[in-house]
Design a protein around this ligand. Sequence first.
Ligand SMILES: Nc1ncnc2c1ncn2[C@@H]1O[C@H](COP(=O)(O)OP(=O)(O)OP(=O)(O)O)[C@@H](O)[C@H]1O
Ligand SMILES: [Mg+2]
Length: 345
Amino acid sequence: MMDAPVLRVAAITKSYHLQTSLASRLSRNENGHTSLRALDGVDLQLNKGEILALVGESGSGKSTLAKILVGGTTPTSGELEYHGEPMPAHRDKDASRRIQMVFQDPYSSLNPRISVGAMLKELLLLHKIVPRGEVRAESVRLLNLVGLEEDALQAYPSQFSGGQRQRIAIARALAVRPDILIADEPVSALDVSVQATILDLFASLQRELGLSILFVAHNLAVVQHLSQRVAVMYLGRIVEVAETSELFSNPRHPYTRALIDSIPRMTAESVNEEFVLEGEPPSPFNVPAGCRFNPRCPYAKDVCRATDPGLEPVAAGHQSACIRAAELPDHSIALSISATRKATA
Ligand SMILES: Nc1ncnc2c1ncn2[C@@H]1O[C@H](COP(=O)(O)OP(=O)(O)OP(=O)(O)O)[C@@H](O)[C@H]1O
Ligand SMILES: [Mg+2]
């Protein structure tokens, strides 16, 4: 029998209630809505030992879902399971330890006044990972694991480059021996040349430690060669999920197609820019009736404005929330991110 997923969420919602003045200022349509649904019925599972990519535009709810998974915020409704058991609303120290987060900006997530060695020591002792006499050796082991040398122990965050700081943030997450890493856009703030080295680090951590990793990214190109599966998020929902090669060769949601088509446009200068999509950018204050993607969808028909579709199987291990998934024309992608990298190097 297959292992239960290490994490599973079902029908997760998260609403934010805003004060009217703030709400009307933020709302694109000035329609007076005072609450927004950052997550609107999310179903997703993270399998043991896999890297699952979570991809979608700004505001689609990726960080909100990431925060719910690490226990940083509670969902408005829905279920969260850890190894097949309901996750308690108040996690004990051990449950919190096992799911660690890595953030986009390592500089603001590291305390500038504490040396790397002191930071690791505090964590190792607090969580009783090793006896006091083994703290130094364990700290060096952690640094080596993320590709840093022993001399980093004496240094402070400001003395490192962006990529090295992200390695330190990863070492800190690993110090407490988690089995799950939630990485929220961990390479988005880094130079393109450095991004690849950090992606390689995540791949080696998966291989060597058997970690299960949820890797959040803005664009598909970043995760094409890293993740085993991809979940595509749009306006608070997962709209497509599949194994990575299947998703790229046989995308069954028009939004995924738009994300794939945006890859060739990326250059060294614009890799972090929003991809180009027709129509209004989405606002969670004003979710379109029917399929939430329909106003921007080149394939939309009347049925798409009338029916709000759920995720349905379209192939083995592949689900799409497009009513017309089976009718979409074939879509092929010739360009891979490695070709993009070579062309812009
Ligand atoms: N604390 C909060 N209060 C009110 N609204 C919030 C809060 N946090 C997030 N939101 C809203 O919820 C929606 C989803 O935000 P979230 O940060 O999860 O998106 P994201 O996909 O991570 O975006 P990005 O790519 O920009 O990081 C957005 O509309 C955002 O404005
Ligand atoms: Mg985010």
